[in-house]
Design a protein around this ligand. Sequence first.
Ligand code: PEP
Length: 280
Amino acid sequence: MRRIVIGGNWKMQVTSTTEAVSIADDIAQGLSTLSSVHVFIAPSFTELYSVNKAVKETQLKLAGQNMYYHEKGAFTGQISPLSLANLVDYVILGHSEPRRIFGETDEFIRQKLLKALEIGLIPVLCLGETAKEREEGNTKAILHQQLAGSLKGLQIEKMKMIILAYEPVWAINNKFLNPDTEIRPATPIEANETHTIIRDWLKNEFGAPVAEEISIIYGGSMNAQNAKELLALDQIDGGLIGGASLSAEKFLPIIRTAAHLLENRSTDYRWESNTLRFDE
Ligand code: PEP
């Protein structure tokens, strides 16, 4: 079943446990227990334990921002998938920041993805091209390279567990990634094109029925204002949100938009109930 997923990537932005728990509490309170949208947040590793305690009984799920692929051993500074699995349901892998700032390769990401699947974490696999790659006409080639590098040959049952996040690097609100270009969200036309490229690759590799089941979410400067037109596209199954996930005030309206649009989708991945509670 194609899931509609809204994730909040907190990166290294919330550095106090009190603040992290308070934001998470506020977000969790805005969701009913029967939410039609799958919602997660990814606080810093050091805040996960406390946030987990705070939201355990709620609809709000947690994600790790990354992980290593060995379970245990002499790997200073790494996060074991086993430690993570005690606290979260999802793990973000292949985000442009570790890819482009810290040099993570497709093969390295693939190892992590396989481990995440093995231990029952839902991988949110990010991919996306830089402004330069797009200008040079290489968007499709880069996406194919990233998809093949991490997913080629994966068993179909495993593939169905994965959520893909298309995040054009140039749209991510990060000056380190985009020192010389204007940062802006993808237009619905751009996002639709690239999501279609991704789904077509999945169709070729895994067949149309599997490709149709996989959620492909969009990330890059998404906010309450632009969420409506982006999430309205049938090819976009949710969002991965950085800056606008750092408060309930900014994040909940995006979830509300997703829930509302979901109600109007005609396809069979619509969920039964949709009882998100929001304050206007
Ligand atoms: C991200 O880094 O995953 C992201 C989408 O960030 P932002 O929404 O701040 O552009």
